[in-house]
Design a protein around this ligand. Structure first.
Ligand code: FE
Ligand code: FE
Length: 280
């Protein structure tokens, strides 16, 4: 299925003005039952059918030259305000609200500045959706391609029609990879995590790079799958991915942030780590 067929699937409803924040029980997050939010399962059907090794390699060729545009981080966050993530059963608020809620939660817990900044920008790679990528190639949980899809990935049955299922080379436990050689050798399904990692990897500490690159890799950081592909560094750094997760997940029920009031603090933080213009 070509990317262009899915252009326009992206939600651009923007934020729901005046929606009251609702405090949720922890167990009510990541509720993927189809009736909870029908578009979520449809997104994962497209994602699991189309995320093949060849697709990921094509997207890397297309985007990782980082020659599409130059823009400052705050400008990108403001642009993302037009996007609502179809894969997320927990929020209908805008991306800048999610960015600031995550960062503010980290700030309240006295996390170090680089951690707060990482919480702020962790989803900036969703800019891909505003450039016409279908949501299934931008958002949602990520997983390795080129080796067997774990049954600990959300909706594992939806991989049945993925063309890589018919290639025996890609369906062994390690597939095209070497056991224990590390996640840096592994092609992850294409989306906002992988893309943003490449945009920012020279500007943030290793812990932050992992938090960005693997924050949607729930099969690993929550379910413990794919240990056999990791090396010692991955195992240590996954701890930071886990530490970051509550700020991504449980801050979504917080009250909507006052963007204008918070802006100077965060613009200052951005300036400390990133150049005025980043390559996207
Ligand atoms: Fe994300
Ligand atoms: Fe997020």
């Amino acid at each position: 299925m070509s990317v262009s067929e899915h252009q326009g699937r992206m939600s651009q409803e923007g934020k729901r003005a005046g929606a009251a924040p609702v405090k949720k029980e922890m167990s009510a997050f990541r509720d993927y039952r189809a009736e909870a939010r029908p578009s979520v399962k449809e997104l994962y059907r497209l994602n699991h059918e189309n995320q093949t090794l060849a697709f990921v390699e094509e997207k890397k060729r297309q985007y990782l030259g980082l020659d599409r545009r130059r823009a400052g981080m705050w400008d990108v966050l403001e642009e993302l305000d037009r996007l609502v993530d179809d894969s997320d059963p927990d929020t209908e608020s805008s991306q800048i609200a999610h960015a600031l809620q995550s960062a503010e939660a980290a700030r309240r817990d006295d996390q170090p500045p680089w951690f707060i900044l990482t919480a702020l920008i962790h989803d900036a790679g969703k800019i891909l959706a505003l450039w016409g990528e279908p949501q299934w190639a931008v958002v949602g949980d990520t997983f390795p391609v080129g080796c067997a899809y774990s049954d600990r990935i959300v909706f594992p049955e939806l991989f049945a029609n993925n063309p890589d299922m018919t290639n025996p080379r890609y369906q062994t436990r390690c597939g095209i990879y070497e056991e224990g050689r590390g996640l840096s050798q592994v092609h992850m399904s294409w989306g906002h995590d992988e893309y943003l990692y490449h945009v920012l990897k020279d500007h943030l500490p290793l812990e932050a790079q992992y938090m960005i690159r693997y924050h949607s890799f729930y099969a690993a950081h929550r379910e413990g799958a794919y240990e056999h592909l990791m090396n010692e560094q991955d195992r240590q750094m996954m701890e930071w991915v886990r530490r970051f997760n509550p700020y991504d997940l449980y801050s979504k029920a917080d009250a909507p942030p006052d963007v204008a009031k918070l802006r100077p603090y965060y613009q200052d933080l951005i300036t400390k780590y990133f150049p005025a213009e980043l390559r996207w």
